[in-house]
Design a protein around this ligand. Sequence first.
Ligand code: PPE
Length: 308
Amino acid sequence: MATGGIRSDKIWLDGELVAYDKAQVHVLTHSLHYGLAVFEGMRCYQCDDGRSAIFRAPEHIRRLHDSAHILEMPIPYSDEELLKASADVVRTNRFTECYIRPIAFYGEGEMGLAARGNKTRVAIAAWPWGAYLGKESVEKGVRLKTSSFARFHHNSMLPAAKASGNYINSILAGYEARRSGYDEALLLDTMGFVAEGSGENIFSVREGVVMTPPLASILPGITRASVIRILGDLGVPVVEQLFPRDALYIADEAFMTGTAAEVTPVRELDDRMIGTGQPGPITRKVQEVFQRVLHGREDQYRSWLYYV
Ligand code: PPE
């Protein structure tokens, strides 16, 4: 996984752009103790006309507000303010392409689970981020392992919220899979149906029909929604339904989607080759169209680009 290199000139913090080294928080920051924070991940791409655009920025900022609403966290900035701030971060750091991370969290002042008086702080940082699951993943596909960790039940944690604390589940699953030599974990829900990857949604293809889990115990991915729309426009049938892991064993193709992962083919699950073990034609087509969309080469989806 591409890590490191997260330094930039400036980070937006609580309404202003500050130097990277000044974007600091206190150790008694409430969210650090209990994990109650909400965040987003967006990517900015350079289009063919030279301009840079954030992919579906309004949808990401809306999901940030949705996540906060789910967790009863007030965010003292409007969508417009956070969109402008995100664009400012890209511009001021002179990035043409980057990953953008808005995060809202409770600051310090009161401690304890019952504290309600801490003010919400908001930061937006950006850094260059390469292929999420490694350089070869996009070309050759990844090897998944079904996790021993279930995706948390939707009555325990709230899956539609992109909440920091939710990611303990993802991180543990990811550690386990990678330690065992796989590229990524596949998490099942508490009933045993396929849910998602540690940081990606999952799609299965068989006999020309695409299948993906419904919005139950998964993050409502913006890439997922975009891919469903693209497939629909290509005339490929897509069904959102529960399915067990063996549906993936016998799939013709499988792929994962996410802001960081984009569209990544899956070549194996639990040591069973999926299809031919090569990215299949529908996966390739989705990858190709998605890349064209991101770089402003598809007029039909131009409204998905938020130019900085
Ligand atoms: N499920 C999970 C659990 C998830 O974290 C992501 C994004 C998705 C699905 C796909 O959602 P979307 O990005 O809206 O298509 N994972 C983010 C975090 C990556 C990280 O390591 O941090 C991401 O891709 O930005």
